[in-house]
Structure formats: structure tokens, C-alpha cells
Design a protein around this ligand. Structure first.
Ligand code: ZN
Length: 235
């Protein structure tokens, strides 16, 4: 199906905007999520809520939103020592990468997603990777994903296209894109129901949503939201 897309959907802000982006472009959109031994179950709870609200609050998208698949990729936890999968401090590692880096994660995610898309006859894979104001994760780089697209097409003998609509925009522009795609309703949905915080904290509600307010993911989200509002968008 040329008019179908499979979105890597985690329940976070970025993948929710990507999902809305895909719903605005393709006739049929499916989602895929992964359990990979995350320390916090909160993201997985959020993704169910986001899907529910997209179905009930956006009549133009409800009919396009198809199957959601959640897969176990526990092997990631078995082989990695990331602060996202172990009780470790979130800091900068000796390799100049944050300890939240999970080696191989996006490579495995896309490879698994491609295998599902192969079965379901879907050509387009969508991910929320971004190298504009990111944490330096090498598997979020445009070059990595372009190379992976070539690898998947050779290895599976298909013509997959990996779309990364957030690759060249910053966090403020991601909020703006959400507003363009789904208006204030989508911005509100993202604030209330998506999750970014590395610590899995949902005890405090800030203007930009729930989170500890101090981890790198919260700081990035809060800073982007502030700039988005300063650029003239009314709450
Ligand atoms: Zn946080």
C-alpha cells in the first residue's frame, strides 16, 4: 500500500507529532511500540491514552488510524547498560554521550518495524528522530537512518521509505508543527497525555506537561514550549 504508513510510536511528544503528521498524509496509519525493559511503565500507559484521544477527538483521523502493535524487545535490556533500562545516574558518559543512550535501540526498532511493514504491505516507516537539538544519539542522525533505509531495502528486497519529519526542526518548531496539524486540541493532548521525562515522573503538572522538570528530556521539552509560547502562540 503506497498510501499507508507505520509510525514508531512511544507515547512521547515527538512520536505523537509524527503520528499526527502521518495521519494528515496517508490514508491508513498503523502504529508500533516496544517494551524494551524501560525502567518506567508510564510511557506505555501514555501511548494507550494518546491513541484513545486521537481516535475520539479528531474525527478526520479516527477512520485512518489502524492497528497498534506492541512488541517485546527485552533483549535490549539484556545487552545494554543505559540509564533508561537500569537504575543508573543520568549524566554524560566518557564517550561524550548521555548515559540515557541505548545502543542499537533505533536500529532494532526500525528493523523490527520494517519486518512488520513487510508483512502488512506498508511502504513508509515514520520515526521522530531529530538531530537539531538532540542529545547526540548517533542512531538519531539523518545519515544513520538513510543508511538504514538502504540496508532494509537491500536486506528485505522492498522499497521502504523512512520518513523523519522532525529531523531538522527544534523543539519549539515541534510544538508549532503540532498546532499546525491538530490545532490547540492537539497541543493540549500532547501536554496532558504524552510523556518525555526520563525519570518517569508524572506527579507535577507544568505548563508543558508532566515531568520531574530537571532531567535532560524535561529541560528540552520545557525550553521548547517556552520558545513556542514566546513566538506568539496563545495557550
Ligand atoms: Zn524529567
Amino acid at each position: 500500500m503506497d498510501d499507508a504508513a507505520l509510525v514508531l510510536f512511544s507515547g512521547g511528544q515527538d512520536s505523537t507529532v509524527c503520528l499526527a503528521w502521518a495521519l494528515g498524509r496517508y490514508a491508513r496509519v498503523e502504529t508500533i511500540g516496544f517494551h524494551y525493559g524501560q525502567r518506567h511503565a508510564v510511557e506505555m500507559q501514555c501511548r494507550t491514552k494518546v491513541l484513545h484521544h486521537l481516535r475520539t477527538e479528531f474525527s478526520q483521523w479516527a477512520g485512518k488510524l489502524g492497528a497498534d502493535t506492541v512488541l517485546e524487545l527485552d533483549v535490549i535490556r539484556e545487552v545494554s547498560e543505559s540509564a533508561l533500562t537500569r537504575d543508573a545516574e543520568i549524566t554524560m558518559g566518557a564517550n561524550k554521550l548521555p548515559t540515557t543512550f541505548v545502543p542499537g535501540r533505533n536500529l532494532l526498532f526500525f528493523t523490527t518495524a520494517a519486518a512488520l511493514a513487510y508483512r502488512r504491505g506498508i511502504k513508509v516507516l515514520v520515526g521522530g528522530m531529530c538531530e537539531t537539538d538532540y542529545s547526540g544519539y548517533p542512531d538519531c542522525r539523518d545519515d544513520t537512518l538513510k543508511a538504514l533505509q538502504v540496508t532494509l531495502n537491500l536486506g528485505l528486497e522492498r522499497r521502504f521509505v523512512i520518513e523523519t519529519p522532525l529531523m531538522w526542526i527544534d523543539k519549539a518548531a515541534t510544538w508549532r508543527l503540532a498546532e499546525e496539524l491538530g490545532g490547540k486540541t492537539l497541543v493540549q493532548l500532547i501536554i496532558e497525555h504524552t510523556h518525555s521525562c526520563y525519570r518517569g515522573d508524572r506527579t507535577e503538572r507544568h505548563a508543558w506537561g508532566y515531568g520531574c522538570g530537571a532531567c535532560p528530556a524535561c529541560e528540552l521539552r520545557a525550553r521548547g514550549y517556552k520558545r513556542f509560547r514566546e513566538s506568539g502562540s496563545e495557550p
